[in-house]
Design a binder for this molecule. Structure first.
Ligand SMILES: NC(=O)C[C@H](N)C(=O)O
Length: 537
């Protein structure tokens, strides 16, 4: 095996154990074999092979561009990619081919990364399941692990295997499935209310959301401009740091990016000295909906820090209970304004009826958007009505400030990092997920993640352990604004510890077979739980 992580595979490329073209072909073949996951909307095979060829020349001439040269990556289909269709999983943008690359995409390509394709999502990134895009739902690769299948078989309510798969979480579920199934070594997601961290937790990955302003949004098709950030999905913390190093920095095309006052330059994180840390546990995050397994891991993780000499204290984020509703008002208001550009004239789909311009707008938007998007546009326009503006939008802005100040107060009191759950539970089966109204479910699942976006802070979800059902569970660390590097040092220390403290000691390997895919599940001392589809039957 070449290596599970970007770092390992990058070393293999540097040592000539594999060429970029061979690596690219391996990933392309896995993309084909795991097509049933529905992780990709577009596979950019030709582009990736061409990029691999160029990378190969650089390696041959001793001119490699660094750790990302020759590394297969995937990009969520809401980032513009020059010459490659960018759909946001919406009828509205089907067939849209942008003339430019998003800054983050360009930066990865400039470092020699290979673009394998564009990944599936909830339409316009609205959702937490990756179930609501026009190309159909994404399946979680962990649905096919033997341990999970066996557990499901014992459940009398379980349906047959083909309908019994799990959601990936979302909205960057395609990116998470793509990394989790080893079709690439890192992927870009976007994170507006948790969309990178949530699927990372459900798919056993590291999901990193940078501080707002650290990474450019230019070319990321906006959901909520004041909260969107490009996110990073990888298999370990070091890999996330490598990608962040390539992406961070001001961009003249995004006026909200700043010259990072703290992290210059980005380096591979060292291991934090935890004995000097103060870890905050927000008491308001102990919500009744939290599963007992997640809760128990959360408290074990806190104990772990304490036993290693960290100060662990309970803290209060008193405005947490307003966060979901506040996010809803602000998100939908920005959505209503952002989506106004999709009118059948300027971009994308157009319904050609010649009754009147208004009728054309209405028909275009009815055909172009699903009902989740239309619902958000309607709510947002209601909040923005002249007579409602003060009472909803302005009030929500004030509450957002209070929510952000809660974090400032906690950090000012000496807390270095907050430790919280990422999601309420492990991934749920699709059929259970759609039983509930997806919008309600989505908003509940974002309870631990949305406030971070409203405050613009960095946060990372780390895979911690497998549940009784054999599914990954993640925990989240939240840091001070622009302390992204420090946050990663804590995450890295934790990642290293959890494998032999929270999981069973030592190394255990199991091979799980199902249909054509063999999931190879490994728990190592020094790495997170990893599901791979390296060995195919
Ligand atoms: N992109 C996101 O973070 C989406 C978030 N889950 C929402 O539905 O608004």
């Amino acid at each position: 095996m070449l290596g599970r992580t970007l770092r390992e595979v990058s070393a293999a490329l540097k040592q000539g154990q594999i060429t970029p073209t061979e690596l690219c072909q391996k990933c392309l073949s896995l993309i084909k074999k795991t097509k049933f996951l529905n992780a990709y909307i577009t596979v950019s095979e030709e582009v990736a092979l061409k990029q691999a060829e160029e990378s190969e020349k650089r390696y041959k001439n001793g001119q490699s561009l660094g750790d990302l040269d020759g590394i297969p990556i995937a990009v969520k289909d809401n980032f513009s990619t020059s010459g490659i269709e960018t759909t946001c999983a919406s009828n509205m943008l089907k067939g849209y081919i942008p003339p430019y690359n998003a800054t983050v995409v360009q930066k990865l390509l400039d470092q020699g990364a290979l673009l394998m394709g564009k990944t599936n999502l909830d339409e316009f990134a609205m959702g937490s399941g990756s179930t609501d895009g026009v190309f159909g739902p994404v399946k979680n690769p962990w649905s096919y692990s033997k341990q999970y299948r066996e557990k499901r078989k014992q459940n009398p309510h379980s349906k047959n295997e083909d309908s019994d798969w799990l959601i990936t979480g979302g909205s960057s579920g395609g990116s998470a499935a793509a990394v989790s199934a080893f079709t690439c070594y890192a992927a870009l997601g976007s994170d507006t209310g948790g969309s990178t961290r949530n699927p990372a937790a459900h798919c056993g990955l590291v999901g990193f959301k940078p501080s707002y302003g650290l990474v450019s949004r230019h070319g990321l098709i906006p959901l909520v401009n004041s909260m969107d950030v490009p996110g990073i999905l990888t298999r370990c913390v070091d890999d996330a740091a490598i990608v962040l190093g390539a992406l961070a920095g001001p961009d003249p095309r995004d006026s909200t990016t700043v010259h990072d006052p703290i992290n210059k330059p980005f380096m591979l994180p060292s291991l934090a000295d935890v004995s000097k840390l103060c870890i905050g546990i927000p008491k308001e995050y102990l919500v009744p909906e939290l599963s007992s397994e997640v809760q128990s891991l959360w408290s074990k993780a806190a104990d772990l820090f304490e036993s290693e000499g960290a100060k662990v204290i309970e803290v209060s984020l008193p405005h947490t209970s307003y966060s979901i509703v506040c996010y809803h008002v602000l998100c939908t208001s920005e959505v209503a304004s952002n989506m106004a550009r999709f009118d059948g004239l300027q971009y994308g789909h157009r319904c050609d009826i010649d009754v009147s311009t208004e009728a054309m707008y209405a028909a275009t938007r009815r055909e172009g958007f699903n009902d989740v998007v239309r619902g958000r546009i309607l709510s947002g326009n209601y909040f923005l009505l002249k007579e409602n503006y003060e009472n909803y939008f302005v009030k929500a802005q004030k509450v957002r400030r209070l929510i952000a100040n809660d974090f400032v107060n906690v950090f000012n009191s000496g807390v270095d990092v907050l430790l919280t759950p990422t999601t309420l539970s492990e991934a749920v089966p699709y059929l259970e997920f759609i039983k509930e109204d997806n919008r309600t479910r989505s908003s509940q699942d974002d309870i631990f993640t949305q406030a971070v976006n409203m405050a613009g802070l960095p946060a990372v979800s780390i895979p911690v352990a497998l549940s009784n059902q054999g599914l990954p569970i993640g925990l989240q660390f939240i840091g001070r604004a622009f302390c992204d590097q420090q946050l990663l040092t804590v995450a890295k220390w934790f990642e290293k510890q959890v494998m032999h403290v929270l999981c069973k000691k030592g190394e255990k390997e199991k091979h799980y077979k199902r249909k054509k895919i063999t999931c190879h599940l490994t728990i190592h001392k020094s790495e997170g739980p990893v599901v791979s589809s390296h060995s195919m039957t």
